[in-house]
Design a binder for this molecule. Structure first.
Ligand code: DUC
Ligand code: ZN
Ligand code: ZN
Length: 473
């Protein structure tokens, strides 16, 4: 059948953040049209037998860096390669970053990212604006972006002085306005000036190898910045979201604030759950792969992250997919990670993960009994959709929601190799690892885009999704 008018997914196990039942799901006109038992359809409807498969809402990854300029480097995935990889991994919506440069406005940053994304994206997407400078005009443009461009979240950095870092007053001004307008400020919480001092001191002492990346970004400085961010949000009476929480030093402030009723939300990333800082004892070249910010922490920190995921002190698992190649990149990028082999501070910070998020979390979370299936869906799809104004269009399987659906085989296994993945990065942190669970089919607004190993999607079929207000309470 070439282009069926609709698809009936028969007899799959539908799992949302709150439900778990066997049903038929009819996808029609881009949305979930009907959910029921023994749905009858005509011959023009494609019928897929999903017996034994999970029917999951498409993943929502609210932290990805595609074609992002990060300091002197550019991430090696394009909107095309990164979104294709996302699709193969069961993610049908990504939220990337539009960087406000020193001279332009958030609105120009959004327009620039959209221009590049439009013809390339293979899944639906949105943008957070990285706000690096705040003045009256910027605040005006931020308000315009929220009310007229469908961009309702803004990332700010407490790290990287002179490059991305915003001072406390700027963060406070943004929190106050964005919060009052129903949006979200997302913070990178690390004390940037102290960390820069530690980096300088390490280099001056001849400590140039990649392991010093982690040693110069101590968890206590993540904790300090997290605490400061919470106090700024409390004063601004605004919700706040912490990206890439890695340590208990940060988490303990989040837990306390939430217990006090302060609207604090946070994500962690698969790499903090899959690996700990023992990897930094290895070979220097290998360590460069694990140079991400914040760095990997101790196994004790990891236990705290799992506890927080279970008890809702962390609400989201996003990838922070920020790929830089070891040797061969695409787009002419070469040896990006190797740039720092004699000076760890020159290693671009970030690692790939967009394609392996769902399956790795299914394996280490669900299969190892750390997360229920419902919680897995909530963390990877529903909660990020709610927190960033995409729900219920995205993030669930319900009548009227976009027909972004993943058929997932919990009984299959797969061994991960970089050369089987679909992004541009030449390595994966999961090389050679066998994981339980496999994405079998992926639908984007009702269109089958992944069918086993077959790619049926195309660049440009993804759409920009205007977002609404945060639904966090
Ligand atoms: N923060 C991110 O969120 N991604 C990459 C680098 C960084 O510092
Ligand atoms: Zn960050
Ligand atoms: Zn990031």
């Amino acid at each position: 059948m070439s282009s069926p008018t609709a698809t009936l997914i028969r007899n799959g196990r539908v799992i949302t953040a709150s439900d778990d039942y066997v049903a038929d799901v009819l996808l029609q006109n881009g949305v979930v049209h009907t959910i029921g038992q023994h749905i009858e359809v005509g011959p023009d409807v494609r019928v897929i037998d999903a017996t034994g498969l999970y029917v999951l809402p498409g993943g929502v990854d609210t932290h990805v860096h595609l074609e992002n300029v990060i300091g002197p480097s550019v991430t090696c995935d394009t909107f095309a390669s990164g979104t294709k990889a996302a699709a193969f991994g069961g993610t049908t919506t990504v939220v990337d970053f539009a960087l406000q440069t020193a001279t332009d406005s958030p609105l120009q940053a959004i327009a620039r990212a959209q221009r590049s994304a439009e013809s390339q994206v293979a899944v639906d997407y949105s943008l957070h604006v990285i706000v690096t400078r705040v003045d009256a005009q910027v605040l005006h443009d931020v308000r315009h972006a929220m009310h007229h461009e469908g961009v309702t979240s803004f990332k700010m950095f407490m790290a990287y002085p002179g490059v991305m870092m915003a001072d406390d007053a700027s963060i406070f001004r943004m929190l106050r306005q964005v919060g009052a307008d129903g949006g979200m400020v997302a913070l990178h919480a690390e004390n940037g000036t102290v960390i820069d001092l530690l980096i300088q001191e390490a280099l001056e002492a001849g400590h140039t190898s990649p392991r010093y990346h982690a040693l110069t970004r101590p968890a206590i400085m993540e904790g300090e910045a997290t605490h400061r961010g919470i106090r700024l949000a409390e004063l601004a009476q605004a919700p706040i979201y912490f990206v890439h929480v890695s340590s208990n030093e940060a988490l303990k402030h989040i837990v306390t604030a939430r217990a006090e009723g302060i609207p604090v939300f946070a994500e962690t990333c698969p790499h903090y759950l899959l690996f700990d800082d023992s990897v930094y004892h290895g070979d220097d070249l290998e360590i460069a792969k694990y140079v991400m910010t914040p760095p990997l922490r101790t196994s004790r920190d990891q236990k705290h992250l799992w506890r927080a995921l279970r008890y809702d002190d962390l609400q989201v698992i996003a990838t922070d997919h920020c790929p830089f190649c070891m040797k061969e990149g695409h787009l002419g990028y070469r040896m990006q990670k190797m740039r720092g082999k004699d000076d760890f501070s020159q290693i671009p910070n970030g690692a790939p993960g967009i394609e392996t998020r769902m399956v790795s979390l299914f394996d280490i979370g669900v299969m190892q009994g750390k997360l229920s299936l419902n919680r897995f869906v909530e963390l990877t799809s529903t909660a990020p959709a709610k927190l960033f104004g995409l729900f219920p269009k995205k993030g669930t399987i319900a009548v009227g929601s976009d027909a972004d659906v993943v058929l997932f085989d919990p009984a299959a296994t797969q061994t991960i190799h970089a050369h089987h993945l679909h992004g541009n990065c030449d390595y994966t942190l999961l090389e050679g690892r066998t994981l339980r669970g496999r994405v079998e089919k992926v639908f984007l607004r009702g269109q089958l885009i992944v069918d086993g190993a077959q790619w049926l999607g195309r660049s440009g079929m993804g759409r920009f999704v205007p977002r609404g207000q945060v639904r966090a309470f």
